[in-house]
Ligand binder design. Structure first.
Ligand code: ADP
Ligand code: MG
Length: 139
């Protein structure tokens, strides 16, 4: 089934100037970028976006990291977009991510792990509309 997912290219990637390299891996995996913008998250935006993690020990450092430099937010479209993107992202911890995944290739650590991808259809719907209006998405 054709679907959409929300991707974020995180500050460790924008600061290393590798957003194009990440986009190449996304496109090579058969996902199409149908919306994309470079933004600087505010702390309150980052806290709301990651509210599911607010009680975790890493929450404050996650918010500090995600607001430390610009991020690229994007909508990806493709067959089973959510699960396809999670597969090519690789595991949260790059030390255990599969060869050939974005995180295995580019992530620096479990926190500076290069990309975000929605983890379910419901999250994808919420996260896409968090950053994009329907008129900004080009199919
Ligand atoms: P994922 O991004 O793979 O969906 P989670 O939703 O569990 O992973 O966590 C969100 C983000 O929080 C991770 O991508 C990572 O940047 C950060 N994070 C998760 N676990 C840790 C941890 N143990 N230590 C530091 N940062 C973490
Ligand atoms: Mg997650």
């Amino acid at each position: 089934m054709m679907g959409r997912t929300l991707s974020i290219i995180k500050p460790d990637a924008t600061t290393r100037n590798i957003t194009g390299k990440v986009n190449t891996m996304i496109e090579d995996a058969g996902l199409k970028i149908i919306a994309q913008k470079l933004i600087r998250l505010t702390p309150s935006q980052a806290e709301e976006f990651y509210s599911e993690h607010k009680d975790k020990a890493f929450f404050t450092s996650l918010i500090d990291f995600m607001t430390s430099a610009p991020v690229v937010v994007q909508v990806l479209e493709g067959e089973d977009a959510v699960t396809r993107y999670r597969k090519i992202m690789g595991a949260t911890n790059p030390a255990v991510a599969e060869e050939g995944t974005i995180r295995k290739t580019y992530a620096l650590s479990i926190d500076k792990n290069t990309v975000h991808g929605s983890d379910s259809q419901e999250s994808a719907k919420r996260e896409v509309s968090f950053f994009f209006s329907e008129t900004e998405i080009c199919e």
